[in-house]
Design a protein around this ligand. Structure first.
Ligand code: PLP
Length: 358
């Protein structure tokens, strides 16, 4: 089967097989890695190795802390304003789709938010975005928050604004899919359940000068400084998810790293978009400049066929293609772990479905 779920998403088959082999007896410990203390030497070694592999993959500069946290993307929606909104300073928030909008709603609980809606719509779907060079940014803001890949809407932008204000980015559904220049960001965060590993683990990559003051009134589990000073082990971290993330990072290195993944991801996305575009039976309304490589929403010309499409796809081993309830239609999430053959199998199925029902 190929699992097109937006998250929790499929993991690389090799990683799952290794985890299965090591499940009961991890590295001769006589028990599972999930049963081992996070303070034990073997786990600390695993944790440090995972961090180093991630640093290598993304070329993370030395002045950034890598934090393995709890709480998911939404945990970071709270953590970011709590850690970064210094007294009296507002923050700019760019709304490019459903998730950046949710981030605004959370941040408003903690301080003054200047939200800017850059969405360009058609009746049914977002079509594009206002170019980054036209964003109205406040140079006195504590930070500007954005979500470069909108998982629900299937829009992605890759250029960042030029600003002296720290850029905070929710990369939950695009991290590790293509190279990024970490030094352009103040904070990067991502829930693990798409391109990293299982849900429950959240990565935050934080420039050192943005760590909050000591003893700031921040819930301890969301405090970047506490996490950094305790090697992400202030409280018990999600150890099994950390272990799996470590295996995914090693797998990514074996695949040739992030540049190799980007080539593969572009080919996968092009394969699917090209098929959709030449068909009169399926459509995607997003301006090609903003089409996501990771999340591809599409519509059937006859919406009455939606249920039949989903159930027949499942019978062909193509799982979780139903679109997000806000957008409707279909959505194929094609993260790093989805092989090109998965996308080709989906296209073959779509072609046959069109032939029979078109
Ligand atoms: N941000 C983005 C871009 C997402 O895609 C998601 C979830 O899919 C979230 C945030 C929320 O993540 P979580 O469910 O881990 O809180």
């Amino acid at each position: 089967t190929y699992n097109f779920c937006a998250g929790p998403a499929m993991l690389p088959v090799d990683v799952m097989q290794q985890a299965q082999q090591e499940f009961i007896n991890w590295h001769g410990q006589g028990c599972s890695v999930m049963e081992v203390s996070h303070r034990s030497k073997p786990f600390i070694k695993l944790a440090a190795e995972a961090e180093q592999d991630l640093r290598d993959l993304l070329a993370i500069p030395a002045n950034y802390k890598v934090l393995f946290m709890h709480g998911g993307g939404r945990g970071q929606f709270s953590a970011v304003p709590l850690n970064l909104m210094q007294a009296g300073k507002s923050a700019d928030y760019i709304i490019s789709g459903a998730w950046s909008l949710a981030a605004v709603e959370e941040a408003q609980k903690f301080g003054q938010v200047n939200a800017q809606d850059i969405r360009i719509r058609t009746a049914e779907q977002l079509r594009g975005l206002v170019n980054t060079s036209n964003w109205q940014l406040n140079e006195n803001a504590a930070y500007v928050h954005c979500c470069p890949n909108e998982t629900v809407d299937g829009l992605e932008f890759t250029d960042l604004p030029v600003t002296s204000v720290p850029i905070v980015a929710d990369l939950s559904s695009t991290i590790l899919s293509r190279p990024i220049d970490v030094s352009r960001y103040g904070v990067i965060y991502a829930g693990a359940q798409k391109n990293i590993g299982p849900s429950g683990l959240t990565l935050a990559i934080v420039r050192e000068d943005l760590l909050p003051a000591k003893n700031a009134a921040i819930p301890a589990v969301l405090d970047y400084r506490l996490a950094a000073e305790n090697d992400s082990m202030f409280n018990t971290p999600p150890t099994y998810a950390w272990y799996l993330a470590g295996l995914v990072f090693k797998w990514l290195k074996q695949q040739g790293g992030i540049a190799a993944m980007a080539e593969r991801n572009q080919l996968k996305a092009n394969t699917l978009y090209q098929y959709i575009d030449q068909s009169g039976f399926y459509r995607n309304d997003v301006d090609p400049t903003y089409r996501s490589w990771m999340n591809v929403p599409f519509f059937l010309a006859d919406e009455k066929l939606n249920d039949l499409f989903v159930s027949q796809a499942e019978q062909h081993g193509l799982l979780a293609l139903k679109g997000h309830r806000i957008v409707g239609g279909m959505r194929a999430s094609i993260y790093n772990a989805m092989p090109l053959e998965g996308v080709q199998t989906l296209v073959s199925f779509m072609r046959e479905f069109e032939r029979v029902n078109g």
